[in-house]
Design a protein around this ligand. Sequence first.
Ligand code: ADP
Length: 244
Amino acid sequence: KGGVGKSTVTTNLAVAMAEKGYAVGLADADLHGPNIPKLLNAESIRLQSTEEGIVPYETRNGLKVASLGFLIEDPNMHIAWRDAVKYDFIIELLGNINWGKLDYLLFDLPPGTGNEQITIIDFIGDVDGAVIVTTPQDLSLLDARKMISFVRDSNVPIVGVIENMSTLTCPHCNKEIDVFKRGGGKNLAEELVLPYLGRIPLDGEIAIRSDNGEPVVLSSPDSLAAKAFITLAENCHKFLHPEN
Ligand code: ADP
């Protein structure tokens, strides 16, 4: 669902994996709201095309990033493309970016189960796994169920469900407040027999740091939120490499 934190989770997950020393690529496949450049404070970056393909933007910790946001001059300009044009763009994004050798390539998807999701799954052919991001609210859980059904139907393994914006810890008295309820993601995972990857707290630090283009994993590494993202990265690695 839109606004549940998919871009925030994908960015912090990618950064956490890069910090662990893996070679990581991050492809922003949200064509209508390509927010990854903003989340990495890289809005002024423009990608260069070479004979070997388009060179992705590389962050200081070696994360390679591609986004439509790096190609549009005016960030306020809307994108209204028909599916055929979106299809072509995604194929360009996937096919012409010179990622080099990667351990992980993460895709930040838009909400829903439409053109972008189908195109990416078809084009890659053997996606290793999907991470389902939901908040504890019923409306988000409802959309997450649809996504799970779609992913299962597409024969893509599900790494697990992550509950975002779960429980606020009051910065004054440390009391836990369930602003958007709690436990919906865990219940969903249990009901649909999926791994539960943990919960990311609702944390003003995430919102402020994200607005400043500073992934919380780097800017507040000791925060509960950063630790939850690092656990998420470890859980994803374990899912994909059960032998390690
Ligand atoms: P989506 O990609 O699902 O549309 P975003 O990642 O863009 O969602 O997040 C929407 C907004 O919520 C952003 O302003 C982001 O900073 C904020 N946000 C995301 N997760 C959290 C969280 N756990 N705590 C506080 N704010 C969050």
